[in-house]
Design a protein around this ligand. Sequence first.
Ligand code: COS
Length: 420
Amino acid sequence: MADQSFLAWPFFDDGHRQQARDFERWAAEVLPPLLVGADGDLDAVYDCVGRLVGELGAAGLLRACVPAAYGGVREKIDVRSLCLAREILGRASGLADFAFAMQGLSSTPITLFGSDDQKRAILPGIASGTIVGAFALSEPDAGSDVGAIATRASRDGDSWRLDGVKTWISNAGLADCYVVFARTGEGPGTKGLSAFIVDSDTPGLDASERIDVIAPHPLGMLRFTECRVPADGLLGNAGEGFKIAMATLDVFRSTVGAAALGFARRAFDEATLWALKRRMFGRALAEFQLTQAKLGDMAVSVDAAALLVYRAAWTRDVLGARITREASIAKLFATESAQQVIDAAVQIFGGLGVVRGMTVERLYREIRALRIYEGASEVLKLVIASRVLETMAVEATADATPARTGPSVRSANGTGNADR
Ligand code: COS
């Protein structure tokens, strides 16, 4: 059993602890037979994810994705609940985490910006697993640079006409509805985007092209050709698309960190158990100091990632604050450190670690994309720095004199640590 001590942290209430038990039980008792085909061809993977969404919904676990008024558990979206769910599912199966995550990522823009009619039409189905959702932001020439989106949406009578191409869209070809970001032209770059809810059976939408990646999951391209979306498919106001996308990513970046944390915990547990069992040179692998050094580093990374993920989630849930900085820090650290933890686990397993079908081999493939999607590590560094600079710029303008430390500024106790 993985370390559960973090559940006693003050970030959580008893509802979270009960939720964690419910997810643990489902992952142990219901999930294993549902994963048949998870390592098969793409058709089998699509079937598997469709089944997982249905079963997660039937068990009531997708209720964590939407507010209570539309079939959810808590009054508002609760980032700690999303993170706990993703950590626990991610520890058990990357595909189970994926199935859960996409229901949340696709519905959160509707929860945050949708009209009551839009929420009533979509959110209960997301919670019950009868509607599969997708979030369509990226394009061949607009991944990190959201302001370069070229898919056009133009008003034409009582509908919007969409033309363009989206790529890297999770659940493409499986989803019943897509939240699609397109250029409506109210201003340049990020100022001229809008979001739309598009049914999968809308004429002019082709979602047939799949993309096969190292950790396969439903993923593909969307092509819009004279695709007509009714006027009431506009989400929020025209021109608000960038804000909608960023507000959604502020919530979901912490949860990507949580999924990475789940992967890292699993790798850490697998490696620790293996190190205790595996014998070489007449003793257990765990008795070698070089193994212990690796395990020590892994433990620090896991705990630090957990603290950053749940700090970000708690800040949004409890303080209601914008968490662009905290969520970016959490995702950046948790995904980068999980990659290192999983790599160390593969090393501890030696040759077995790269054998297809071994858990650490699967994790090694699954973690990689998390450092790229929903904010590549490089973009996150820029986002973090820009938030830091923005905050300090105010202080810098107020006081242009640089703070001085060192021998010329002595503290009263003579330590050289000036009290400021
Ligand atoms: N919440 C609310 N507002 C936000 C915001 C957020 N998280 N992030 C930015 N904004 C606002 C800014 O305050 C700014 O508003 P003003 O013009 O009123 O000052 C506006 O949006 C534009 O922001 P900015 O100038 O920072 O935009 P840039 O185009 O320079 O940079 C980045 C935007 C690169 C940070 C953004 O495009 C990004 O996060 N890219 C990564 C996208 C991504 O994750 N893609 C992967 C998709 S897989 S789902």
